[in-house]
Design a protein around this ligand. Sequence first.
Ligand code: PLP
Length: 388
Amino acid sequence: MKRIYLDYTATTPTHPEVVKAMSPYFTDAFGNPSSIHSYGQEGKGAIEEARVKVAALIGARDEEIVFTSGGTEADNFALKGVAYANEKKGNHIITSPIEHHAVMETCRFLEKRGFRTTYLPVDGYGLVDPDDVRRAITDKTILISVMHANNEIATIEPIVEIGKVAREAEVYFHTDAVQTTGHIQVDVNKLGVDLLSLSAHKLYGPKGVGALYVRKGTKLTPFMHGGEQERRRRASTENVPGIVGLGKAVELAWQEMSEEAEQLTRLRDRLIKGFLEQIDHIHLNGHPRMRLPNNVNVCVDFVEGESMVLNLDLEGICVSTGSACSSASLEPSYVLLAIGILPQQAHGSLRLTSGKWTTEEEIRRVLEVLPRIVAKLRAMSPLLKAGN
Ligand code: PLP
């Protein structure tokens, strides 16, 4: 059975051209970029080339890019780095309740060490209100962190407006752009951000590499101590093949992004329309228009997300659900709860995310299979029998 992959938000396949670009850096060009001989300089040159590409994609200067081990490290570095470098000024951080765990858990870590976090409310689409940001700022606020687009429900946040608020108040502003970089326009100056996280494996690059954009002049304490790599901001021998892969992925995104976004928007809208027409009691999560081009997130009443995922998997269709399986219980997604979805509805969530290699034929197949699976599961559903 030919499988259909609709989980591009979890990770993208690595582009064959990215693999090709990385390959020599595992073998012939294996040098340590800190070595002054030609092997080392080869690696160093490749890193600097990738840095230029990443900077160009997001409208930054080369020296404002710090390579990291991924989006999680970039988020950790932004939050902890600003917190510790600015603790004399204040201890207050503002964020949203729908951030990725990489931001949420870092805030919780900092809270245990004397920092205070305000979690702004979001509306039914997951949007943060820039006026709420303004009202939350105090003289102790050192950082605002609001994601560019949410990884579950795909809502794109009003970053430009929040950036203006941050600038007026002279508070550092970080955005997690892991889900947007390489997919929609990301420009650090237009967005008005001081820090921005991105990750290679969400844009057809390899896993385990990402970057943090740090606006010149931003006070940031490094949290990796050791050598002098990345201008002393992030110690450790650089992941040369990974960084080269990120550079190649960014270069391809630059060429292909807008056409891909148009194609994915068409497929996304066809899927949404088909679901709404063919399945009763189904609701779209996230903003209908201000959303990522590749994301369909729905709640299907009276069925469990996990059952749908497993049944789709048996048919060769790989998608994800917003519910996370914890050891004993099934916890509904905190993102869906934050936008006001009831726990019993949140349990029936399904996320289908398409990408470069998704075809119309695959979308047609999903539209044929999912309604059948939902009907089968509902026929067995105690929730429906109880008339809930
Ligand atoms: N931030 C967002 C919004 C994400 O979707 C992810 C990954 O799912 C991350 C951060 C973490 O990125 P990485 O897997 O590169 O650590």
